[in-house]
Design a binder for this molecule. Structure first.
Ligand SMILES: Cc1cc2nc3c(=O)[nH]c(=O)nc-3n(C[C@H](O)[C@H](O)[C@H](O)COP(=O)(O)OP(=O)(O)OC[C@H]3O[C@@H](n4cnc5c(N)ncnc54)[C@H](O)[C@@H]3O)c2cc1C
Length: 377
């Protein structure tokens, strides 16, 4: 006889919201985190509208600013601003958000253990879920999420500047495969740069350059820290038998935006549905979770890889497309959760997305041409 219906390793956004959903549905849930909360996690703390909409409760108590405005720059030379009617993202701090979510899980009835390191192979439960982030060991222990690429990011906090209130600032193509950002919080601003894994050694200088370009004193940086962004290749396996991985442990960060909280919340929801089916005897394994990820997340991941390629190889063209009001409308709908699958966009928005896709295909053929010429030389 096992002690718990479900054991979850890791109490970040993925683990806590899975625990909340399962406990609310009546399952006995153990949620273990090696840290004691409130604990911080390197993150811009931007919860997109679509991520917030996925949650069965409001995160309003921990929201410090709301971004309706996008300010987008290209290599510190060109810049445009667009405004949306609905929130693009809610700005929070991870130490506050994660503590709030953990508390919600406990309130729903999950047994929460802080300050304990767990091994996913040794838990006494019918179902085991790995939600221990990109540096966790559960994916390896369970033999899951083996094909994951890592991006890197570096961020710091700076004194508050009112001019950034209500804004998301993105500076594209300053780092290969990524961008710089400025996100406003209640009493400070968060500034960061991130991109492909091999860009790591350049991040410190680029963070300084980003600050200088925006008139922020680089010397005022506090809590400077770097971290990895796990992005799975779409074929990788996320469930086996009655075990599964979710969130960053599953490598679900969006390849283009580097956001992962939407995917953390959504994978938590999908694994909870699959787990409840197993507990009720309607299914024998969590494999349907894998199928649900393919339906709900993989199309976005694919679109993310395509757009990332387009930005990487033709930043000027992609930026020109991105600044078209129609492209912003499509982007805003994606961020707000009104367009769950970009492949199903309609009308002019579809044309804008297809144009970005065409640029990404050109990027691909440029890569294969350079491989061919390298192979023949
Ligand atoms: C610099 C940076 C900026 C980002 N900005 C954004 C953003 O603005 N918006 C966005 O949506 N996403 C952003 N992301 C991505 C986002 O931070 C992650 O996708 C998100 O944290 C994933 O949540 P998670 O619950 O899967 O993992 P995590 O948040 O990493 O939580 C994992 C938890 O597991 C615990 N743990 C690890 N090992 C063990 C163990 N053996 N036993 C017990 N517990 C364990 C850890 O203590 C931790 O609490 C950013 C990432 C980086 C690096």
């Amino acid at each position: 006889m096992t002690s718990y219906d479900v054991a979850i390793v890791g109490g970040g956004p993925a683990g806590s919201t899975a625990a909340y959903r399962l406990a609310t549905a009546g399952a006995s849930v153990l949620l273990i985190d090696k840290a004691r909360f409130p604990r911080d996690k390197p993150c811009g703390g931007g919860v997109t509208g679509r991520a917030a909409r996925l949650l069965p409760f409001s995160i309003e108590p921990v929201v410090e600013d709301v971004a309706h405005r996008l300010e987008c720059g290209l290599r510190y030379r060109h810049r445009f601003t667009r405004r949306a009617h609905a929130p693009l993202a809610y700005m929070t701090q991870r130490k506050r958000l994660d503590h709030f979510l953990l508390h919600k899980a406990a309130e729903a009835g999950a047994e929460v253990r802080e300050g304990e390191t767990a091994d996913a192979r040794e838990l006494d439960a019918r179902i085991v879920i790995g939600a221990d982030g990109c540096n966790g060991a559960s994916a390896k222990q369970l033999g899951l999420a083996e094909q994951v690429e890592h991006g890197v990011a570096l961020e710091a906090n700076y004194p508050y500047e009112a001019r950034y209130a209500g804004a998301m600032v993105l500076e594209i193509a300053v780092i290969r495969g990524g961008y710089g950002w400025i996100f406003p919080k209640g009493d400070h601003i968060n500034v960061g740069v991130g991109g492909n894994g091999e860009e790591g050694p350049k991040l410190r200088a680029e963070l300084q350059r980003m600050c200088e370009a925006y008139g922020i004193d680089p010397a005022a940086a506090q809590d400077t820290r770097g971290y990895r962004l796990p992005m799975r290749l779409t074929a990788t396996r996320l469930a086996r038998g009655t075990t599964a991985v979710i969130g960053d442990a599953a490598g679900l960060v969006d390849p283009l935006s580097g956001d992962g909280m939407y995917e953390a919340f959504l994978s938590a929801q999908l694994v909870s549905e699959a787990a409840l089916d197993v507990l009720a005897g309607r299914a024998e394994t969590l494999e349907p979770y894998q199928a649900a990820v393919e339906r709900r997340i993989t199309p976005l991941t694919r679109a993310g890889w395509q757009a990332k390629r387009a930005f990487e190889h033709f930043p000027g063209t992609t930026y020109a497309l991105a600044r078209l009001p129609i492209t912003f409308r499509a982007l805003a709908k994606m961020l707000q959760g009104d367009m769950p699958d970009p492949a199903r966009a309609r009308g002019l928005e579809r044309a804008a997305i297809r144009a970005v896709y065409a640029v990404s295909c050109a990027g691909l053929s440029r890569i294969s041409r350079s491989y061919r010429s390298a192979a023949s030389s």
